[in-house]
Design a protein around this ligand. Structure first.
Ligand code: NAP
Length: 349
């Protein structure tokens, strides 16, 4: 059953996971878009209760530190929009309390993404799906978001039969501690710390000076859950069960911004020029493609940006109607906080 409660013009917003990589970005994005909140509540674990997080203000909320409150079921009383980035188990634990409080949960974890009563939304692709939520809207996986933002304008030229994608995923995709691990481990490695004394916690192996083809857990078919998410989430967001997606997800020693090498096979002919024109006109997409001048998107130079950047656009001659390109986006912004706040904007009256 669709949600009946009306969203006030100046909602009370809770940021659940406010001390984390995505939570901190939520606070920055709320300010950047001047979200018309009447209150912003910072919630995290008991470990962080009482800590202060800086906030630049938005809507009716002035700039100033927010005091972190412990996330308990009662912390959501009076909340209209709860932006969640505290991991799947916390989302599952808090869902009933959030919905009972009359708030809409916009969840960054993978806990509910494939549930039938939960829309999975990328505002540039399927904004209308927010209409049928029943209290929870899921933010897709970060790698999927930046891919579908680019696929949508191409799909509008011709149905897409198959996508082959290889990801180059930043360390921060595993959270703030993982980003710190990349810094500290790189320093230790350069200082000559022996391999067996390096601190390896956030990833299965050393991430400094390495690439790890292993994100999330392995499944019975030999793929990883991260790769599976890209397959099933793409179909759900694009509303086309027939799109075939083959994904290989790799963690690389980059701080922020995922890169993706993408090959698309269309049902009908799509020229490189037509693809370029469609991408240039697409919301959220920035074409950065001038190889003569060495211009193409690079993760190291795009941290903190909002776009999905496309470069190296070319024909893929190995299939009848193929296009290949390179795609970069800041996965903490468009892949998480920004996309979720854009969903929240769709809920405003
Ligand atoms: P993170 O940096 O490790 O932050 C985790 C946050 O959750 C912290 O605020 C932490 O609070 C809070 N938290 C942890 N356990 C809690 C508990 N039991 N009760 C209440 N709060 C708790 O992780 P992150 O990267 O921001 O990711 C958070 C979620 O977003 C995950 O589901 C992740 O899959 C998803 N996501 C992340 C990215 C990304 O690029 N990083 C992208 C898309 C989606 P304390 O500081 O008090 O421990």
């Amino acid at each position: 059953m669709a949600w009946m409660k009306e969203m006030p013009a100046n909602p009370v917003v809770a940021v659940a996971g406010a001390t984390g990589a995505v939570g901190q970005e939520f606070l920055r994005v709320l300010h950047d878009v001047d979200f018309p909140a009447s209150e912003v509540r910072a919630l995290a674990s008991a470990r962080s209760a009482g800590k202060k997080v800086p906030f630049a203000g938005c809507g009716l909320v002035p700039a100033g530190d927010l005091v972190v409150q412990e996330m308990t079921p009662t912390a959501f009383e009076g909340v209209d929009i709860a932006l969640f980035s505290a991991g799947g188990s916390v989302s599952k634990e808090m869902r009933d309390a959030v919905v009972a409080a009359g708030a809409v949960m916009i969840d960054n974890s993978s806990a509910f993404r494939m549930d039938e009563d939960v829309p999975l939304v990328v505002p540039e692709v399927n904004p209308k799906d927010v209409a049928w939520h029943s209290g929870v809207i899921a933010n897709p996986n970060c790698s999927t978001i930046q891919m579908v933002v680019a696929l949508k304008p191409l799909y509008d030229l011709s149905p897409i039969k198959r996508v082959v994608v290889s990801t180059y995923q930043a360390a921060s995709g595993a959270g703030a501690p993982a980003m710190a691990e990349l810094y500290d481990q790189t320093r230790a490695f350069l200082d000559g710390t022996p391999e067996d004394e390096l601190v390896i916690d956030a990833f299965a192996h050393r991430i400094s000076f390495n690439c790890i083809p292993h994100i999330d857990v392995f499944l019975d078919d030999g793929s990883t859950k991260e790769e599976w998410k890209m397959v099933v989430e793409t179909k759900k967001i694009m509303g086309d069960e027939d799109i075939q997606v083959s994904a290989t997800c790799v963690r690389v020693p980059v701080l922020r911004c995922h890169g993706e090498a993408i090959n698309v096979e269309f049902a009908d002919e799509v020229t490189v020029d037509a693809a370029r024109t469609a991408l240039e006109a697409a919301p959220g997409v920035v074409v950065m493609d001038d190889t003569n001048n060495k211009v193409y998107p690079m993760p190291g130079l795009l941290a903190g940006t909002d776009g999905t950047f496309i470069g190296r656009l070319r024909q893929d001659p190995t299939v009848p109607h193929g296009i290949a390109f390179w795609n970069v986006a800041d996965q903490i912004r468009k892949g998480a906080a920004l996309n979720a706040v854009q969903i929240a904007q769709l809920l405003l009256p």
